[in-house]
Design a protein around this ligand. Structure first.
Ligand code: AKG
Ligand code: FE2
Length: 338
């Protein structure tokens, strides 16, 4: 069956997401799923960057990126969204159904923090969410908050999340960043939206129960959802075993500013400065390497790729000395990287 863009690419400007039917064949789904199945062997499997799953993981991502890249011209023609390149952190997302009572919670309402810190404008970032195992069309999918409905129902929340990432509907009691924060799905208290504004975590109480305006497209393996990076989303449920992979494209011509990082809330700056953070040190070193306050997204990605090829994060830390890293992040008072 031919690929079909339901409602057209213009949906990316209204709702912020669009469903594309018949995007992948059964054969390519099996190929993409293989590295994941080879890894789990029955044990619980958390979110996992696909590229870290060996040559088969790299091949799966390379294939999917190629397929998404073919759509760049029609996406731009239909929505104006200019995409040129990919976020390297393509990730497998299980909903952690494992048929036993004790299981990790799935993703609660959020927009993604890591790409926001890397790329700074999440309206020019497109997540292609691809179910690989999903037994039922109306179960265990991805629930999204349409931008147009949100703007009408709660303009303050809309303004707070538009173009941002790293937002969550969660309980104020869990913050900042407590265990369970990103996974407050069942029994969560949707008291607040938390996002950074002017260097502070910002708490806003929604005027509405956001679930009443949310949309969960019926979708089966073969179909995909394209969602802009600023659209809030969560796992639908844990009723059946579901595994998805997401492939993330971005406008490489966008500018990113060191100043943006200095102005992030301390909670996020400390996270990025932690040497165990998978890209924080490399991101900061990219600015030092170029000796500029402003870089393009593509320059950031090229630098990250070069660092990751040599693999250990120490390479980046060595290049942006610890002191410089701390001062870039305005954390010199800590004296050590925490
Ligand atoms: O698949 C899920 O449950 C969550 C997916 C997600 O958060 C994402 O693709 O960014
Ligand atoms: Fe997400």
């Amino acid at each position: 069956m031919a690929m079909h863009v339901e409602g057209g690419w213009g949906e990316l400007n209204t709702r912020g997401f669009v469903v594309v039917r018949n995007f992948l064949s059964q054969e390519s789904l099996s190929m993409v799923l293989k590295p994941y199945l080879g890894k789990i062997k029955g044990e619980r499997f958390e979110f996992h960057p696909a590229r870290l799953l060996g040559p088969e993981g790299v091949a799966a991502v390379t294939y999917l990126e190629g397929r998404v890249r073919e759509l760049f011209p029609e996406i731009e023609a239909g929505s104006g969204l200019h995409l040129t390149t990919f976020d390297p952190f393509s990730t497998f997302f299980p909903n952690n159904y494992d048929g036993v009572e004790k299981r990790s919670p799935p993703a609660g309402w959020h927009s993604d923090p890591p790409p926001y810190h890397l790329f700074q404008d999440m309206s020019q970032y497109l997540n292609c969410w691809i179910p690989l195992i999903k037994p039922k069309a109306d179960t265990s999918g991805l629930t999204l908050l349409p931008m147009d409905a949100l703007r009408q129902a709660d303009p303050a929340i809309y303004e707070a999340i538009h173009r941002h990432g790293g937002a969550a509907f969660a309980s104020r009691k869990l913050l900042p960043g407590a265990p369970g924060y990103w996974h407050s799905h069942r029994n969560y208290e949707r008291e607040v939206l938390v996002i950074d504004r002017d260097g502070e975590l910002d708490y806003i109480t929604p005027k509405i129960d956001v679930d009443t305006i949310s949309v969960t497209p019926d979708i089966l393996p073969g179909d995909v959802i394209f969602a802009r990076g600023d659209v809030m989303h969560r796992a639908q449920d844990q009723l059946t075993n579901r595994v998805a992979i997401s492939v993330r494209s971005v406008n490489g011509d966008m500018k990113v500013h060191k100043e943006f990082l200095r102005r992030l809330p301390e909670f996020w700056r400390k996270g990025l400065a932690n040497p165990e953070h998978h890209f924080g040190a490399a991101l900061l070193a990219a600015f030092s390497f170029h000796g500029r306050e402003t870089l393009t997204v593509q320059e950031v990605l090229d630098y990250l790729t070069a660092v990751f090829r040599r693999s250990p994060a120490e390479v980046a830390v060595a290049e942006a000395t610890k002191g410089e890293l701390l001062s870039i992040l305005g954390l010199t008072e800590y004296g050590v990287i925490v």
